[in-house]
Design a protein around this ligand. Structure first.
Ligand code: NAD
Length: 422
């Protein structure tokens, strides 16, 4: 609890893929640095929690470290506990951190619940699916003086940070035409995605296209003003219908266009684990500029003699940039990469804000926390409801568009930003 050990207690709500692949190992490492205290993990039922407990890599990387599971592992695997996270969060001392890592459509209620209980929040992207919900979150967070950080980890990739600075220095000219692509593996279709990645709830543009839309905004500062998304439907193995592929076109305030291709279909047999990248052409004086990010092949390829890549392939492109557990001077292994640095960046900001204000009188502490949070908003490195609401407008527009066969949806700014079909 903060104020005693000066570390943050954490409750992760959601025990699925992103918790396993990124959040829990990042938080375990922060726990051994003293930034994080106790870790609780809530899931809908026990199977994901058992899988996290049994993850051998965690035992090797973080010897002796553990989390408390909710529900407890003695409960029947087929029993569900959709409301349990509410009790666990309500029992936390104020000013700690709730990590929201459940399906997109459930983020809003968990974030609001955490804020009502005076917690800071790290939420996986997209924050919410409606702009008005982001406004509600922003309002409550400001009222309580608690930070909500949206975990858009591509912002912490060094190539994004370098491009952001160079673009601001005018080294490319003005963005005019671009292409972004993120195709997740085919094997995702066999995962828990079957249960929630349905046409009525989400689509590939909303799920992963949002990363690159956010990145173009992060690099250029330009706002998107129109979105059109066409979805290609298919069925998951359990029969649920989903948009398995999507093609989006985003128009920016200066007239620039970004084409966004997404899907759940990168071949399992291909060099994994997915396919992704960004190309941006820019107009300069008497010449054009270019930003080219190959985020798929980052210059490292392994052909294994034992074990295999994520989709079962032996030959793989390996990204040392996103998230890897590597040897270090301390016990086990440590996480490296922009995925870790993103979780660390948000967690350290929350830790710093809470520590700087923990000894102050309540009203003084609240005023100071608000001031520190507005500095984070202004800096614009960590996505917050105040500085990245364009993402909610884009997602809202994309959902309306994809459900109406790619109808163009405009984003109108001003005093009351909103989306609109003409
Ligand atoms: N690149 C990225 O930034 C990235 C990558 C993957 C996922 N995500 C995001 O992370 C979120 C979760 O994705 P995932 O891949 O881990 O999904 P997943 O389906 O693997 O896991 C979802 C988890 O939520 C839990 N859950 C559902 N309802 C719950 C409830 N009422 N109480 C407690 N737990 C509940 C389930 O038990 C499950 O453990 C999504 O919003 C997704 O968009 C982001």
């Amino acid at each position: 609890m903060l104020g005693q050990s000066e570390s943050l207690d954490v409750t992760i709500v959601g025990g699925g893929m992103i918790t396993n692949d990124l959040l829990l190992p990042s938080l375990y490492h922060l726990q051994r640095t003293g930034i994080i205290g106790k870790i609780d993990v809530c899931a809908l039922s026990t199977p994901p929690l058992t899988a996290l407990k049994d993850n051998q890599e965690f035992h090797e990387a973080f010897p002796g470290q553990d989390f408390t599971p909710y529900p407890s592992l003695g409960e029947a695997p087929d029993e569900t506990f959709p409301e349990l996270y509410k009790e666990v969060v309500a029992a936390m001392a104020p000013g700690n951190m709730v990590v929201v890592a459940m399906p997109d459509n459930l983020h809003f209620e968990v974030v609001m619940h955490a804020l009502h209980h005076d917690q800071n929040v790290l939420c996986v992207k997209p924050l919410v699916l409606k702009y008005e919900q982001a406004v509600e979150i922003e309002k409550l967070a400001a009222e309580r003086g608690r930070l909500v950080g949206v975990e858009y980890h591509k912002r912490f990739d060094r190539r994004s940070l370098v491009a952001r600075r160079a673009y601001a220095l005018g080294q490319f000219g003005a963005f005019v035409m671009g292409e972004a692509k993120l195709i997740e593996p085919y094997y995702y279709r066999f995962s828990n995605f079957q249960n929630w990645f349905t046409c009525d709830r989400t689509d590939p543009f909303t799920y992963i296209g949002c990363h690159y839309v956010d990145l173009v905004y992060f690099i250029t500062g330009l706002k998107p003003v129109a979105v059109s998304v066409y979805g290609v439907k298919g069925r998951f193995p359990n029969g649920n219908e989903a948009y398995l592929w999507s093609h989006g076109r985003v128009t920016w305030e200066n007239g620039a266009l970004l084409s966004v291709t997404n899907g759940l279909g990168y071949p399992d047999a291909a060099a994994g684990s997915n396919d992704q990248g960004l190309v941006m052409y820019c107009e300069g004086k008497d010449q054009t500029g270019l930003i080219f990010h190959d985020d798929h092949y980052r210059g490292v390829a392994y052909s294994n003699v034992e074990g295999s890549g994520p989709g079962g392939s032996l030959y793989n492109y390996v990204s040392p940039d996103f998230f890897r557990l590597v040897p270090w001077e301390g016990p086990g292994y440590r996480p490296i990469g922009y995925g870790y640095e993103s979780v660390e960046g948000i967690t350290r900001s929350i830790h710093r804000i809470e520590n700087e204000t923990s000894g102050l009188a309540p009203e003084v502490a609240l005023a100071r926390r608000r001031q520190l949070i507005s500095e984070v908003d202004t800096k614009g490195l960590i996505a917050t409801p105040a500085n990245s609401y364009i993402n909610e407008l884009v997602v809202e527009a994309a959902r309306a568009s994809v459900l109406q066969d790619a109808t163009p949806v405009r984003i109108v700014y001003g005093d009351h930003p909103h989306t609109q079909i003409d």
